[in-house]
Design a protein around this ligand. Structure first.
Ligand SMILES: [Zn+2]
Length: 221
């Protein structure tokens, strides 16, 4: 616990990283988790012991004397098993860090933004697995958790990309200027409900065609 307090007082990696968390392309819940790590607000045993003197600081999984952020997310053999299954490997974590925020500050200098998001997602998965183990006694196969976290972030990014693309594709797909010499008829019946762009487009065309026929025009665009 002493080490974490020292690191937060002296390290500037913490401050730098805590600002960049909100720019990462990861689901909001992972950003919130990152914010908690930087604020030393995770409910680790060390943090709980600060507020509730009767609570011990030992790790409930491996029995280490202090379950700090650094221990729960990186050093506990339980977390290590998750990191071993990641593409980052344990090399990145070895020989460094006096706190979890210190780790983040250092990897932020090495990894690009996308990788940093994946890294944070794996930390989040470590924390979830730790909670499942302690509170629900669920102990699944940890080797696959790192790639599951990265896959979660990947699908989030793909969904966001899809949402951004759609309106542009629809705008360019459904309307083009008429050739010169043709008449444009625009008309839409008042609808109480909106049934989707394609159906409304079809309704507008039908209404325009009826108008063309009713007024005796020979051609409408
Ligand atoms: Zn442990």
């Amino acid at each position: 616990m002493g080490n974490e307090a020292q690191a937060s007082a002296s390290g500037n990696g913490n401050k730098t990283f805590s600002k960049s968390i909100w720019k990462l392309d990861v689901p909001p819940r992972i950003k919130l988790f990152g914010g908690k790590v930087c604020a030393h607000a995770l409910a680790t045993k060390c943090n709980l012991a600060k507020r509730i003197p009767s609570v011990g600081m030992n790790c409930e999984i491996c029995g280490a004397l202090e379950e700090s952020n650094l221990h729960a997310l990186f050093l506990c053999p339980f977390a290590m098993e998750i990191w071993v299954g990641s593409t980052f490997g344990v090399d990145l974590l070895q020989g460094m860090a006096s706190s979890a925020t210190d780790v983040l500050g250092r990897v932020a200098d090495i990894l690009d933004t996308a990788q940093l998001g994946d890294f944070l997602a794996i930390m989040w998965e470590c924390w979830n697995a730790r909670n499942r183990f302690i509170f629900s006694a669920k102990d699944g196969w940890r080797g696959g958790l790192a790639s599951r976290a990265v896959g979660f972030v990947k699908s989030f990014r793909e969904m966001k990309e899809q949402e951004v693309k759609d309106p542009y594709e629809q705008n360019t797909q459904f309307w083009k200027p008429p050739d010169s010499g043709e008449v444009v008829l625009a008309g839409v019946e008042q609808q109480m409900e909106f049934h989707g762009a394609e159906l409304e487009e079809a309704r507008a065309c039908l209404f325009a065609l009826k108008a063309v026929i009713a007024h005796g025009f020979r051609r409408g665009v």
